[in-house]
Design a protein around this ligand. Structure first.
Ligand code: FPP
Length: 260
């Protein structure tokens, strides 16, 4: 995939990034343990993947476990690890069959060996697939991502492979996770909070943001379609004026005519 962003908002985003929030509250409202919410959340992941495949979305990046989530109660972390392992074992065949390429970003070395092995095996197994690039951010933090890219640049400078004056945003961006994909066009967060929470801090610079109060386990295609419709009506300016990015008059869609 080319990493050039398109200036005009395409009707369907090429790359969708999602914070799947609200599993715990979904369970608590039913007086069930939080892990039940995470299980229901795993089912909603399939709803989201199905939707992307149906809509022809090329890349989906899901925030499954943040660097900070390691600090949750031991019981919840353990249950989540079990869930990840189970999902990896269960879903990979079907994902492969449907042409989904699976990758993981984050501090993989913090996971137990059994999970690391399953991650590597899922990546190997689906490497040749191109229909949907599914990236699971696990033990991931946007600050960690930028720091590891900076460390990689520093190592190259120290080894004489790179001149410090050649460091620019492209050089650093190329070493962040997801560098081989176009940046996310649309970000969705469920669960009612309106923040980025240390997700793809670098990559979301010009991403359109969409929030819903719906809890992640309640996700359905209609909600995702609402986000798509909202996205399709936005004008993406990337710091330019509305006039600069407006299409030729004979192809004018119904978009807002404002400039930043
Ligand atoms: C946030 O909800 C969700 C998580 C920390 C875990 C996300 C995991 C899944 C959706 C399940 C499995 C995922 C994969 C990729 C197989 P929360 O617990 O913070 O909810 P709350 O804000 O209501 O407490």
């Amino acid at each position: 995939m080319s990493s050039e962003p398109a200036i005009a908002a395409a009707r369907v985003p090429r790359h969708l990034a999602v914070i799947m929030d609200g599993n715990g509250r979904w369970a608590e409202r039913r007086r069930r343990p939080r892990v039940i919410g995470h299980r229901a959340g795993a089912r909603a992941v399939n709803v989201c993947i199905d939707f992307c495949l149906e809509q022809g979305i090329e890349a989906l990046t899901l925030f499954a476990f943040s660097s900070e989530n390691w600090g949750r109660p031991e019981e919840e972390v353990g249950a989540l690890m079990k869930l990840f392992l189970g999902a990896l074992e269960r879903e990979v065949d079907e994902l492969d069959r449907r042409g989904v390429r699976v990758r993981f970003i984050g501090e993989r070395e913090r996971f137990a060996e059994a999970i690391r092995k399953q991650m590597a095996s899922a990546e190997d197994r689906t490497r040749a697939n191109t229909r949907l690039h599914l990236t699971v951010a696990a033990s991931y933090g946007g600050r960690w991502d930028i720091a590891q890219a900076a460390r990689s640049l520093a190592e190259d400078v120290a080894a004489g492979r790179l001149a410090a004056e050649d460091i620019d945003e492209y050089a650093l961006g190329a070493r962040t996770c997801l560098a081989e994909l176009p940046p996310p066009d649309l970000f969705i967060r469920t669960g009612g909070e309106t923040r980025i929470s240390n997700f793809l801090l670098w990559q979301l610079a010009y991403t359109e943001l969409w929030f819903t109060d719906l809890l992640w386990p309640e996700l359905d295609a209609a909600t995702l379609q609402r986000a798509m419709d909202d996205y399709a009506g936005r004008q993406r300016r990337f710091g330019l004026t509305g006039a600069q990015v407006a299409p030729a008059p004979d192809r004018l869609p119904a978009t807002k005519e404002t400039s930043e």
